[in-house]
Design a protein around this ligand. Structure first.
Ligand code: NAD
Length: 415
């Protein structure tokens, strides 16, 4: 099929590259001209396992002008960002709206617009469709609309996109859903079809549940640590119950990234705006925030005055397998360390360039240089951290790197 993907970030790049790999004619569109030039040169603008190979070999067009590509596309995927970037309890619809308006102006007669950006329930009906219809054509009559939330995990994004556990389609009408279901027909997983707002809600419910599961096990972990109980054994013991499941029960420093915190805030914000205060979701966020300070408290048990002390950070990416530092836990922890007067030295195998833009004032170096600090905090579960020599060190571990237990002083955050 002839497909355009608007927004060549983490989601758009993966969507475009994977659909091209499957034999579709794909055009990636992004306002970031540098990114487009890099893609044209066959370079991968982000670190994501397997993506570079696809970008090098797949037939992919890339451009910054939206109109020309839309005119010839059968399907246009909207994958632009919705993060307000300031921690507020809403989504930023400026990019989505701009793109919807441009599609509305440019689109050909039978084009299907698919919203992959994460938008709160009702957004497609209340905001996006009116913009698509601005030139007088009618959604569901003259052109199709679907919501198709993305559930990929950064670090496993290609694998997840090509082997999803389910595909959720929200459709304005059967004809729209049929086109999208046809595109995905070889994927070998359940395709669940609903109305537009249900598909939007599924994405938020999914992320809220995952976030709740993490904060839940972290809270159990915080209790267990006080009682000298290994939380990971407790997690194992509960995980065999199929009603609970054994995934996402790794207690630690909590969740970061570009999705869980922002989606939780947006859902809370929408909920409050319609008159319901979601107390459980608010506490999921609060428990998560508090884990940062727990790392600092545990560190101060061993070094009460951090002024002038060299504190090493292992791991800046919000999780292993990505260079994405958006809402990384390292941000909160490093801010707290700096405000205590500590000197911070950090290492990450792939995310240092991105992090340097946020924190130019700290020192970056090799893992060995970080190990020479007065104490070391482990914040990302990179595999290479399991082969470092921690002997003689003070280590506060937010990610359960077992080898670090050989340190002179070792504190796990929840164990
Ligand atoms: P991103 O910031 O990595 O990428 C967004 C891209 O859109 C950028 O390259 C930006 O230059 C481009 N853009 C912005 N305005 C544009 C415009 N008017 N026209 C063309 N391009 C424009 O964001 P992302 O992480 O890919 O997320 C995109 C959406 O997908 C968000 O709503 C996010 O919540 C959702 N999502 C993300 C993930 C994830 O793991 N990153 C997973 C599921 C869903």
């Amino acid at each position: 099929m002839n497909i355009s993907v608007i927004g060549a970030g983490y989601v758009g790049l993966i969507t475009g590259a994977c659909l091209a790999k499957l034999g579709n004619q794909v055009t990636l569109i992004d306002t970031d001209k540098e990114k487009i030039e890099a893609i044209k040169r066959g370079e991968c603008p982000i670190f994501e396992k397997g993506l570079e190979d696809i970008l090098r070999t797949a037939q992919l067009d890339a451009r910054s002008d939206i109109g020309s590509a839309i005119k010839t596309s059968e399907i246009s995927f909207v994958c632009v960002g919705t993060d307000p970037g300031d921690g507020s309890y809403s989504i930023d619809l400026r990019s989505v709206s701009e793109v919807a308006e441009a599609i509305g102006e440019a689109s050909n007669d039978h084009c299907l617009t698919v919203i992959k950006s994460t938008v709160v329930p009702e957004t497609t009906e209340e905001v996006i469709i009116p913009l698509l219809e601005k030139n007088g054509r009618k959604a569901g009559v003259d052109f199709g609309v679907c919501v198709n939330p993305e559930f990929l995990r950064e670090g496993f994004a290609v694998e997840d996109f090509l082997n999803p556990d389910r595909i959720v389609i929200g459709e304005i009408n059967k004809q729209s859903g049929d086109i999208l279901a046809d595109l995905y027909k070889g994927f070998g997983c359940p395709i669940l079809r609903f109305d537009l707002r249900t598909a939007e809600a599924i994405k938020y419910a999914s992320n809220a549940f995952l976030a709740a599961k993490i904060s839940f096990i972290n809270e159990i972990g915080n209790i267990c640590k006080e009682l000298s109980i290994d939380t990971y054994n407790v997690a194992k013991g509960i995980g065999y119950d199929p009603r609970i499941g054994d995934k996402f029960l790794n207690a630690g420093i909590g969740f970061g990234g570009s999705c869980l915190p922002k989606d939780l805030r947006a859902l809370i914000g929408q909920s409050v705006s319609i008159g319901y205060r979601p107390r459980l979701l608010e506490e999921v966020l609060n428990v998560n925030e508090a884990q940062n300070l727990r790392m600092i408290r545990l560190l101060k048990k061993h070094i009460p005055d951090l002024r002038g002390k060299n504190i090493g950070i292992l791991g800046l990416a919000f999780k292993a397998g990505t260079d994405d530092v958006r809402e990384s836990k390292a941000i909160g922890v490093i801010n707290a360390l700096l405000s205590e007067g500590a000197k911070v030295r950090a290492y990450d195998p792939v995310a240092m360039d991105n992090f340097r833009r946020l924190f130019p004032e700290i020192t970056y170096g090799s893992a060995e240089a970080v190990l020479a600090s007065d104490a070391i905090l482990i914040l990302t579960e990179w595999q290479e951290f399991a082969s470092l020599d921690y002997a003689g060190k003070i280590v506060i571990d937010g990610k359960r790197i077992l080898k670090a237990r050989r340190a002179k002083i070792y504190e796990g955050i929840c164990w």
